[in-house]
Design a protein around this ligand. Structure first.
Ligand code: CP
Ligand code: NVA
Length: 307
C-alpha cells in the first residue's frame, strides 16, 4: 500500500512524473478535458485543524476526477476519543478509496496509515506538509523552467512546510537554504533523516537572511507561529523580528527572484504587503497549483494496483 505521508520514500523520478502528469492535466482542464476515473472514487478528509487551500483543492480535485469527497472535522470523528484511532482507520477504509488527514501530531497520520486499508495522504501535520511541497515544486517548475541547480531560500521557521520543501527540493536537484534564528532551525533528528534519505541533497543553514537570499532564485516564507503553537506567538514574534521578508531584504536577492508563501500569510509579520503584492510574488499561482499537483497525486494513488 502506497501512502503520501512525507516525501522521504518517494523517489525523484516519481516526483518528476507526478509533476509531469499535473502539468498535462492542468493543460487538459484548460481545454475542457477532465480525467474521469471509472469506477467513481470517494475521498475521505479528516481534519483536526482549519484549512482553506488543502480542503477546497482536494474536494475540487475529486470532482474533476468524476468522484466525490466526504469531509469530517475532528469534532465529528473524535479521533481517539469517541473510538480508537485504529478503529476509525479500519472503518473509514471500508467506505472510501483514500483518506487525507490533517493532524496536530505527525504520529497520528503514521498510526492511521498502519491500520488503514486504503492510501493515506498527509494534508499537514506538525512535522511535514508534503502536499504543499508537491504543489510548490510544480509552481517552481513553471516559474523557473527547470528545477535542477536552482536555489530556494526559506526565511523563517524550520517548520513542517520547510522540512517537506527541503526534502522535495533535494530530491529534484535543487539547493535548499534555511535562514532562521537560533532555536528555530532544523532539529537534529530531521537533519539525520534528511542525510540518510537524500544522500547528495544540498541543504544549508545561513543565519543572516541578507547573506542567505543573495543567491536565491526563490525566497519563501511561512508564518512564524504554526497552528498548535499559539501559546508561543509572542516569543516567536520577538525571535523572528529580523527575519521579515520585506522590500529591503528582497533587494539583497538577484533581480529575477520570485517570492513564495504557502499561505495563509500574516501580512505585516513574516511578510509585508509590498512583497506579497509585488510583481515578484507568485503566491496565488502557487495556491492554485495545489489543485493540479494533488489531482495528479490522487490519480496515481487511486489507480495503482493494490500490493
Ligand atoms: N497552505 C495550506 O495548506 O493552506 P490551508 O491551511 O488553508 O489548507
Ligand atoms: N506552518 C503552517 C502552515 C499552514 C499551511 C502551519 O502548520 O500552521
Amino acid at each position: 500500500m502506497r501512502h503520501f505521508i512525507d516525501l522521504l520514500d518517494w523517489e525523484g523520478k516519481e516526483l518528476r512524473q507526478l509533476l509531469q502528469d499535473a502539468l498535462r492535466m492542468k493543460r487538459d482542464r484548460r481545454r475542457g478535458k477532465d480525467h474521469v476515473l471509472k469506477p467513481r472514487r470517494v475521498l475521505g478528509l479528516i481534519f483536526e485543524k482549519p484549512s482553506l487551500r488543502t480542503r477546497v483543492s482536494f474536494q475540487t480535485a475529486m470532482a474533476h476526477l468524476g468522484g466525490a469527497s466526504v469531509f469530517l472535522s475532528h469534532q465529528e470523528v473524535g479521533l481517539g476519543q469517541r473510538e480508537s484511532l485504529p478503529d476509525v482507520a479500519r472503518t473509514v477504509s471500508q467506505f472510501v478509496d483514500a483518506v487525507v488527514l490533517r493532524t496536530f501530531h505527525h504520529a497520528t497520520v503514521v498510526q492511521f496509515a498502519q491500520h488503514a486499508t486504503c492510501p493515506v495522504i498527509n494534508g499537514l501535520s506538525d512535522y511535514y506538509h508534503p502536499c504543499q511541497a508537491l504543489g510548490d515544486l510544480l509552481t517552481m517548475r513553471e516559474a523557473l523552467g527547470t528545477l535542477r541547480g536552482k536555489t530556494l531560500v526559506f526565511v523563517g521557521d524550520g517548520n513542517n512546510v520547510a522540512r517537506s520543501l527541503a526534502i522535495g527540493c533535494a530530491k529534484l536537484g535543487m539547493r535548499f537554504v534555511l535562514s532562521a534564528p537560533a532555536g528555530y532551525r532544523f532539529d537534529a533528528a530531521f537533519l539525520d533523516t534528511f542525510r540518510k534519505h537524500v544522500a547528495n541533497g544540498a541543504l544549508e543553514e545561513i543565519g543572516d537572511p541578507a547573506a542567505a537570499v543573495s543567491r536565491a532564485d526563490v525566497v519563501y516564507t511561512d508564518v512564524w507561529t504554526s497552528m498548535g503553537q499559539e501559546d508561543e506567538a509572542a516569543a516567536r514574534r520577538e525571535a523572528f523580528a529580523a527575519y521579515q521578508v520585506n522590500a529591503a531584504l528582497l533587494q539583497r536577492a538577484p533581480a529575477h527572484v520570485r517570492f513564495m508563501h504557502c499561505l495563509p500569510a500574516h501580512r505585516g509579520e513574516e511578510v509585508t504587503d509590498e512583497v506579497i503584492d509585488s510583481p515578484a510574488s507568485i503566491v496565488f499561482a502557487q495556491a492554485a497549483n495545489r489543485l493540479h499537483a494533488q489531482k495528479s497525486l490522487l490519480k496515481f494513488l487511486l489507480t495503482r494496483a493494490k500490493d
